[in-house]
Ligand binder design. Sequence first.
Ligand code: MRU
Length: 340
Amino acid sequence: MLELIDQRRLPGEFVTLLVRDTQQLHEAIRTLAVRGAPAIGVAAAYGPVLALQTLRADATTVDGLKTIVEACEFLATSRPTAVNLFWALDRVRRKAQAVCRHSRLTLGELHEAILAEANAIRDEDVAMCRAIGRHGEALIRDGAGVLTHCNAGALATAGQGTALSVMFEAQTKGRSFKVYADETRPLLQGARLTAWELQQAGIDVTVICDNMAGWLMKEGRIDLVITGADRIAANGDAANKIGTYSLSVLAKQHGVPFYIAAPSSTFDLSIAGGDEIPIEQRESSEVTRLAGVPTAPDGVAVYNPAFDVTPAHNITAIITEKGVVENPDAVRIRRLLGTP
Ligand code: MRU
């Protein structure tokens, strides 16, 4: 069984969700009970483990491997944009295939091997989050105004977040600064989750509506923008929550540095540029209703892309667990990630 914080219920209620099988896990990811690119990846990594646990006692390792591969294929259909999902499922599937090459492997040993891989993915994420924070914290000076979008905090990862990790580390250095959290329409991850996390941590946080960001920059309240990412192409184009692209354009116009904080598991070097990143389209009711109450006329047309892509040339730097890549491009990114 997998226990997840049910992020749909925050900040009103802090409750956990017990996930027993891949069907429930798929639903939890699709409906954003668990969300945020690294958290989706870590949660999905445990999916094949849950699937194995449903096998009959007399099942063979061949049955086990088939079940793992099917679980990975199924979970990969839960959400399309965050590459961490596919990265984590791929790792678990490859691990299973590798250990199954040994003859006389028992089903119990196969189970142990993929559980260990899922735990490793979780532990690595915790370490990557911390390292991102340490690499980025110096960017937040005493008295700074920081703008963030969506939620790239502990809730979105297995550790202390990506964009928010930078803030948490700056706080541990004794710096005081002010964070503006975009509410992040339509699902309000900024107002519900980021504001909640920062408030809990004792960081000065102010919620603003998404359409206020440009004006705050004009007023001189924002010294830097930091967001997370769901998938970063080889050239540095970065997909993140819808609204991030607009922020990057506003930041450029106002001379405000714009940073993306993300672990290496969020990079997809198999695609050259952001045009190839699949953008999730979500239900119209997310836009036409607020907590079940209609906010638009019945039957009105709705366009609801959940993500957008910020071009690399709008990004001042990408903060990763391996260091900071300024003016990101294909060469600098490969050099930092140590990929030939
Ligand atoms: O639809 P969501 O809430 O899963 O979108 C999440 C984001 O866009 C985050 O900014 C991103 O996943 C980075 S989380 C460290």
